[in-house]
Each structure stands twice: as structure tokens, then as C-alpha cells.
Design a binder for this molecule. Structure first.
Ligand SMILES: Cc1ncc(COP(=O)(O)O)c(C=O)c1O
Ligand SMILES: [Zn+2]
Length: 442
């Protein structure tokens, strides 16, 4: 028997050889009125103020895009380059090609026998945000914007700072001043200028709209939003590829601005349009924190209007966007696909983080707790049936929110005994005493 050794992805990937005929196949188009716009750092339609998004000539791609060509390419998001808006940056991080893990133990606990976990905790800056930022960094270089910037709920800060470091350009990261310290430190480590704003994420975002206009910097989620948002689609591409170019019955994903949620659907749609997968219905289930759940509230009440939450109150800082840009589209998708949007209390999120770690060996940040709890809630509601194949997205690493898993847990110190999960008392450096402690349990 031969053992196959996989070559690890390179830390830094150079420009990929061009196989597609340039980027004439790509343009921007208004999501509301359809107006076509040339590729550039613009995000609002001049005719109707609708959001711009990237559109591809999918009919012509049908002839030229093949599964075996994609599979033969190096790992990472750029292997799907025909369905991405820009060529890779001259220097970038090794983003994507994360594993789809069989979550049988966790699945048994929440009544979903065929559960897969997309483990995006292991991207270069430890969250899925490396995907959208990879596209935005390539766009900054292409449009000669010189500086990479963002308004962040936390994970985008690290991703933006890391991508700028790899490209060798400055990064400005604007955050709510009371963000988790681990996330602030993470962005600082990459050499970014971190600007805390005393307010909510929505305050930060509002200010950044003006800073973007004034400076012309490439704000990944503002003036480069159409490019940025496309990066999240690579999650759909990888899920389909990992399943042998097919789709699951249900996808469960966290919602902050709703960009990822809506682009997952766009990703599957494009794969079907170019003939890489068969078009099958997929139910889309979203998760939000109960303390900031504008999209879940609109879904639950049957309304199309997403009422902003002025003062988010949750430990799930990464999803704490009170006024989500793509909230309305997310409601429409959940409703239209037969999915749901679940609001998860913080205690349940914390307990679910512990369950995912304990049962599957994956430590996720708060958004992952929300997502798995949303899968369990949708199962109880009947939106997910017992035989459904379900993929839940774990989008960030637990080391970014180290205290969150203890939320709602008795704060009194407890010393674990032998055989009991937890921190044992400090023991003297003598084998006899360690053995005596171990034998207490037997
Ligand atoms: C870990 C994590 N998951 C999911 C999301 C949701 O992203 P979106 O704004 O695309 O809805 C975020 C947003 O910050 C995040 O940090
Ligand atoms: Zn328009």
C-alpha cells in the first residue's frame, strides 16, 4: 500500500498563471435595478442607490470551467478563480481549502445524524474573514489604493491587518472601543493602526463611510464591498467540492451583516449555472445572538422590514451588527428556501461552544456556538428533519473569545478530581503524590 503525502499549502502564494481570458467576463451590476457598472472601487448604484455586486458571464463559463481543472490546482480560494472578481494579489496568505469534518458525536447530541462541520477556524487569521479580505486585498492592489482598511466587529480586524502585512501596505482598523482584548491584540500584532471608536459597530461603520470618501483608502467592507462579499462564496464552492460536487439539504450559518449568508446562496447558484453541480433546493438556516437579532426578529414576525437594534447586548461581539446591510436579503433567502433564522441566548451559545469542543475537538468563537445552537433550534422547529444532510459553518477560532465559553457558568473555582474534566489542583513535583491523587478516583 502506498501512502499519499499531501503537499502543505504555501504560506504565501504568488500570482497564479492566467488561464481565463482576463477579467472581461466580470463586471459589477446593481442588485436592485440591474444597471451594469465597470469593475472599480464603487459599491452603490448611481441610478437607484441599490448595492452593487459582481456579475459573471456564466453562459460562457459553462464551456470552459471543469471540476478536474479546479481539483488539479493548489489548495486555497484562488482555485475557483473563474468565479472570482479579481486575480490574486501579488502576495497573499494561504486562505481556504479548510476541512469539512464529519460531526457525528455532536450530531447525535442535537438529533442530526448527518452533520458536517465546515472548520473555518483554521484560516491564517483564524476566521473565515480571510476569504472576503483576500478578494479586497487583491482589489486594493489592482485599483492602486495603497492602504487597506475596515470597520470591524473583531474578526475582520485581524484578517485585514494580516492581509495588509502580507502585501506590505499599511492597515487601518476601526473597531468599537470595548471589543474583546484578544481581537485588538491580534490586529496590533500584524502591525495595523487600530482606531477604537467609543460607540457601537454601527457608529464605527457610519464614521468609516466618511473616512473612505475622504481618504480613498480601500475599506474592505465599504468601497470594496462587492469584491469583499464575493470571498464568502468560496465557502459554498469548497462545501460542494468536498461533497463530491453536490449540495447538502441544509446549510446553517451565522449572520451579522448578512453578506456571507447571501453569498453562500449566490455561490451555489453560480456552481449550478456553470454546470458544476446539479441544481437542488437548499434550505438556509441563519443564527443570530438574541441580544442583537434584527434579522431573526424580522423572519420570526413574518415581516420584510429589518428594524435596526440600536444597542446590541450580547457576548457574541462578532455578530453584533444592529443595522445589517444585507439583512433584508437574508430574511428573503431563509423564507424563500424553507429555512429559518434563529435567535440564540448567550447562555446557550456558551454551552454550545463547550459541546462542540468536547464532542468534536474544535474550539470555536462565539459565532460557532450560535451556529450549532441554531442548527439544534431548527431541528426542534422541524425546519431540519431527522434524515437531512446538514452543513454547519464554524467561522472563527475560540482563542479569539477565550472567556465566552464560561458565560453563565458558576464563577467559584472548582478543582477537578481524577477522571473529571477541569483544572486539577497544583500538585507537588513528586511522582508518589501525583500517583496518590490519581488513585483517589479508583
Ligand atoms: C466569526 C464570524 N462569523 C460570521 C460573521 C458574519 O459575517 P457577515 O457580516 O458576512 O454576516 C462574522 C462577522 O463579523 C464573524 O466574525
Ligand atoms: Zn440600481
Amino acid at each position: 500500500m502506498t501512502t499519499q503525502i499531501e503537499t502543505p499549502p504555501p504560506r504565501s502564494v504568488g500570482p497564479a498563471p492566467r488561464e481565463a481570458p482576463g477579467e472581461a467576463r466580470v463586471r459589477l451590476a446593481c442588485r436592485r435595478c440591474g444597471l451594469p457598472v465597470a469593475l472599480g472601487p464603487v459599491y452603490v448604484c448611481a441610478a437607484c442607490f441599490g448595492p452593487l455586486e459582481v456579475a459573471y458571464d456564466l453562459d460562457s463559463l459553462r464551456e470552459s470551467i471543469h471540476a478536474d481543472t479546479i481539483e488539479a490546482r493548489p489548495p486555497g480560494v484562488w482555485r475557483y478563480r473563474e468565479l472570482l472578481p479579481v486575480d490574486p494579489p501579488s502576495r497573499g496568505l494561504a486562505v481556504g481549502s479548510t476541512p469539512l469534518v464529519n460531526g457525528t458525536r455532536l450530531g447525535a447530541a442535537i438529533g442530526i445524524d448527518r452533520l458536517w462541520l465546515k472548520d473555518d477556524t483554521r484560516n491564517p487569521s483564524l476566521s473565515f474573514k480571510d476569504r472576503p479580505v483576500a478578494m479586497a486585498a487583491a482589489a486594493v492592489e489592482r485599483f492602486g489604493m495603497g492602504t487597506l482598511a475596515c470597520a470591524s466587529t473583531g474578526n475582520l480586524a485581524g484578517a485585514t491587518a494580516a492581509a495588509a502585512a502580507a502585501l506590505g501596505i499599511p492597515a487601518y482598523v476601526f473597531i468599537p472601543a470595548d471589543l474583546e482584548p484578544a481581537k485588538i491584540d491580534h490586529a496590533l500584532a500584524y502591525g495595523a493602526t487600530v482606531v477604537p471608536i467609543e460607540g457601537t459597530y454601527d457608529d464605527v461603520n457610519r464614521i468609516c463611510l466618511e473616512v473612505a470618501d475622504e481618504t480613498g483608502w480601500g475599506f474592505v467592507n465599504i468601497n470594496l464591498r462587492p469584491f469583499y462579499a464575493e470571498g464568502s462564496k468560496t465557502l459554498a464552492f469548497e462545501i460542494a467540492e468536498s461533497l463530491g460536487w453536490r449540495t447538502p439539504d441544509v446549510i446553517v450559518a451565522p449572520i451579522a451583516s448578512g453578506a456571507m449568508f447571501t453569498k453562500l446562496a449566490k455561490g451555489f447558484d453560480e456552481l449550478a449555472a456553470v454546470g458544476l453541480i446539479e441544481r437542488r433546493p437548499i434550505r438556509l438556516v441563519g443564527g443570530q445572538a438574541a441580544g442583537c437579532a434584527p434579522v431573526a426578529t424580522a423572519w420570526e414576525s413574518g415581516s420584510d422590514i429589518v428594524e435596526p437594534v440600536r444597542f446590541p447586548d450580547t457576548i457574541v461581539r462578532s455578530l453584533a451588527i444592529g443595522n445589517p446591510a444585507d439583512g433584508g436579503y437574508a430574511v428573503e433567502l431563509a423564507r424563500g428556501s424553507g429555512g429559518s433564522i434563529e435567535a440564540i441566548p448567550d447562555e446557550v451559545t456558551a454551552a454550545t461552544i463547550r459541546d462542540v469542543a468536547r464532542l468534536e475537538g474544535i474550539f470555536t468563537e462565539t459565532a460557532g456556538g450560535v451556529t450549532v445552537a441554531a442548527a439544534a433550534a431548527a431541528r426542534r422547529r422541524g425546519v431540519i428533519g431527522p434524515d437531512d444532510e446538514v452543513v454547519a459553518l464554524l467561522t472563527g477560532n475560540g482563542l479569539k473569545t477565550p472567556d465566552a465559553r464560561q458565560f453563565g457558568v458558576d464563577p467559584r473555582p472548582h478543582r477537578a478530581g481524577p477522571g473529571e474534566p477541569g483544572l486539577a489542583p497544583a500538585l507537588p513535583p513528586r511522582f508518589g503524590e501525583v500517583l496518590a491523587w490519581l488513585e483517589q478516583g479508583s
